[in-house]
Design a protein around this ligand. Structure first.
Ligand SMILES: Nc1ncnc2c1ncn2[C@@H]1O[C@H](COP(=O)(O)OP(=O)(O)OP(=O)(O)O)[C@@H](O)[C@H]1O
Length: 245
């Protein structure tokens, strides 16, 4: 079993118009770690996440998920890897409105083929505190509850890694804490690995470490973050940018 959930080796992403959105970036995320990625708007956070998750192909370097080099995979194999070995949580939770809560959680298992056993779905919903809402449609749930369903869906396949892009961006601070606590729990009790893009220092403080991006490059890292130190580093990055302008 590969020791690291995610390894980026000199990953860069340039666009045809000459914009270098990212890199080169080196990054190692061991299994069972919670990493937050921060940086100002346009610093390359989403680009990093998309390349790391196999949603976008880097223009340089390599990405390995649990030892598998994504660059060596054809599109169908990459799609299967994303479906079976990666969990996703986005700001807009992307639940299917016409399916029930349980069916939404079961979706990644269904897409993997075969009969979907009830137990993992029931268990995933119980973990996020929504066992009683399995038969509801998402529209009957609050935004926070919907995001908890999205977390259950991301975890139901027991993925190698979960990528979360601003998972609490649309939630009030208390509801956000519930969702962050679920991600933290998945790391602490199930040994999952989480990489989360966020703008919120309080959200980043739930992680084990923070990666700060500026202009597509790693500008700083912080272990055992607290919100105040995260904010101080972010302020420093803004000032450095102003001074350079
Ligand atoms: N398709 C594209 N074509 C050209 N440039 C792009 C494209 N997508 C992103 N960029 C540029 O790449 C840079 C990084 O963008 P990215 O979306 O990764 O930043 P971000 O840190 O996630 O920003 P935000 O916090 O606003 O979501 C920006 O300068 C952006 O304008």
């Amino acid at each position: 079993m590969a020791r690291h959930a995610l390894v980026l080796d000199g990953v860069s992403r340039a666009y045809a118009n000459g914009v270098r959105a990212l890199g080169p970036v080196d990054l190692v995320v061991p299994r069972g770690r919670f990493l937050a990625v921060m940086g100002r708007s346009g610093s390359g956070k989403s680009t990093l996440l998309q390349c790391a998750a196999g949603l976008d192909r880097p223009t340089g370097g390599s990405v390995r998920i649990a030892g598998t080099d994504l660059g060596g995979l054809k599109e169908t194999a990459l799609t299967r890897l994303r479906r079976e070995r990666i969990g996703f949580v986005f700001q807009a939770h992307n639940l299917v409105p016409s399916l029930t809560v349980a069916e939404n959680v079961a979706l990644p298992l269904l897409l993997a083929g075969g009969r979907v056993p009830d137990a993992p779905v029931r268990e995933a919903l119980a973990v996020v505190g929504l066992a009683g809402r399995a038969a509801d449609t998402p529209g009957r749930l609050s935004g926070g509850q919907q995001q908890r369903v999205a977390v259950a869906r991301a975890l139901v396949t027991a993925p190698e890694i979960v990528f979360a892009d601003e998972p609490t961006g649309a939630l009030d601070p208390l509801t956000a804490q519930d969702v962050l606590a679920l991600l933290r729990r998945a790391v602490d009790t199930e040994g999952r690995t989480v990489v989360m893009v966020t703008h919120d220092p309080a959200a980043a403080a739930w992680a084990d470490s923070v990666l700060f991006l500026a202009d597509g490059l790693v500008a700083d890292t912080l272990e055992a973050p607290d919100a105040r130190t995260v904010l101080r580093i972010m302020r420093g990055l803004v000032e450095a940018e102003r001074a350079a302008a």
